[in-house]
Ligand binder design. Structure first.
Ligand SMILES: [Zn+2]
Ligand SMILES: [Zn+2]
Length: 178
């Protein structure tokens, strides 16, 4: 979604649009491996001109599917973001790398009287995705011995290991009482 400056009326421009999973996948850097995806992004925003600057206010909602970092099950993470950007015209000789300090992400420059909203939306989604997704805060993860998902059932490995250790400590053989 691109905003052309001359199309922004005096009272501002309101936009609602959707983006899908293919759009997101195509924007992800190809060389990196990503273990998350999303289906649909809902975006609402307004653009307002203040002299030569453009103020973009908006919010987005989506659901990101990612693997829980403990149990590896697919987890749906609701993502919501409210954002505000100020865009100023890029002047000749400016390079974006120099002008956009990392702590100043919400300030941008537009070229040729066009603002690309997709870049903003993508950036906002990426900021909201947790580095380590969890299905629940209390996820028990996988059993380190047999790989069983401990949220589903307990496997008894842990108890067995403790018994083995005790057996070694006490220096006697574990009786086979199955
Ligand atoms: Zn989990
Ligand atoms: Zn186990």
């Amino acid at each position: 979604m691109k905003i052309i400056l001359n199309n922004i009326p005096e009272e501002g421009l309101s936009l609602h649009f959707h983006r899908d999973g293919d759009w997101f996948r195509n924007l992800l850097p190809k060389r990196e491996k990503h273990d998350f995806s999303l289906r649909n992004v809902d975006v609402s925003c307004t653009a307002k001109r203040i002299r030569e600057n453009v103020l973009i206010d908006g919010n987005l909602e989506t659901i990101v599917a990612s693997n829980c970092c403990r149990c590896l099950e697919i987890t749906q993470l609701p993502v919501k973001s409210t954002f505000r950007y100020t865009f100023a015209p890029a002047k000749d000789g400016d390079t974006e790398e120099e002008e956009l300090a990392p702590e100043d992400l919400e300030y941008g420059y537009y070229h040729d009287d066009v603002i690309d909203l997709d870049t903003i939306i993508f950036e906002q989604i990426m900021l909201q995705i947790p580095m380590k997704a969890l299905c629940t805060d209390t996820c028990k993860g996988l059993c380190p011995y047999c790989g069983n998902n401990l949220n589903m059932a307990s496997c008894g490995c842990h108890a067995d290991r403790i018994n083995e250790k005790l057996a070694v400590l006490k220096n006697f053989k574990v009786s086979d009482n199955k």
